[in-house]
Design a protein around this ligand. Sequence first.
Ligand code: PMP
Length: 419
Amino acid sequence: MAVTARESSSPLDAQQWREDFPILARVLPNGAKLIYFDNAATTQRPRQVIEAIVDTYQRHYANVLRGVHTLAEETDELYASAREKVRTLINAPSAEQVIFTYGATSAINLVARSWGESMLRRGDEILLTEMEHHSNLVPWQQLAARCGAVIRWIPITDDGLLELDALERLLSQRTKLVAVTAVSNVLGTINPLEHIIRRAHAAGAVVLVDGAQAVPHMPIDVQALDCDFLAFSGHKMLGPTGIGVLYGKRELLESMPPFLGGGGMIRLVEMDRFTAADLPHRFEAGTPPIVEAIALAAAVDYLNQVGLAAIHAYELMLTRQAHQCLQSVPTLRIFGPKPEQKGGIVSFALANLHAHDVAQLLDRAGIAVRAGHHCTMPLHKRLGVPATTRASFYFYNTPEEVEQLAPALERAMHTLRRK
Ligand code: PMP
């Protein structure tokens, strides 16, 4: 099973892992101890990742794939090994199918520009879901505007699940692409990817999976899933900003024209033409995020040590606890399905209180959450609220921290209603 809860054999000890994260010991200027519940926006980094960045700059740094000197060879080796570690993480058939990008957004844009522009024609259809992040939505709108393709939407139920009957109705010979998130960054919903991919393939469509909220939190196996593309970001999985990954099936990647042109992506350049390099370099024009890739590999090592199945099971436990505690908060409405159907994301709204005010008051208690539309405006329109407050967990959060959410919210409500 590629994207479902697997019970871990040993319970996860958050306290032990927390010691590796210097920032989690922070006390805020007002004296409150930090409770970091903004992990869906970006995670924190353990010492091991920070040290990988420092160590690379201090001892091994040079540009990659160009030099013959010792430092260049060392950096080349580290960069290649980073690609191999990411390959193993998602079980890609080969490292050449792992393209380093600057984030999930740039990975999706790469597919929209390269695959999309060469493959889509007027009247072709792109199938998206109502819960997509703008990063898996705007690039398709831009593509549709350029080539005359039509976007269709898989709606969600009131519980925040995809309406799978609609998938059947919407899929047709015109459907060229289904672009779907593995886990919603607002509802937390874990989508039934295997089913969607099977049905899309039966209709002859290609499937891009937005793995930004999934790869950091649960085992993902691209071969078991049989997805055509997978995009994700390093900074949401303990790695640095400025690095992301695009996985693609070999035959698709090989058929795609390069997206950005420049150094590193060519085999031969003449005055009037160029020949593109082989995979993966044909999609990595210019100096790539070298140190970021090496530090991402340190993050992958770290995640493997903690265990992604254990992380998923632990986050389910925290999410169950959060749902239960928040039930006692008057007028609070949680969006999305029950904990068993989602990742560690709890978005909510309180009657007549603005999400930003709530987040600001939680910050006074040291609790860092996100408020707003979380780059999902169409989803918020469907939910009927302009904004939500979102608490999102990672394996270094503790039940003691989750316990503080409901009382802090009740205090916040009290303060806001007095105003
Ligand atoms: N997709 C989803 C589901 C996300 O949550 C995010 C980040 N919020 C992205 C895509 C975009 O990731 P990035 O900004 O790192 O490119």
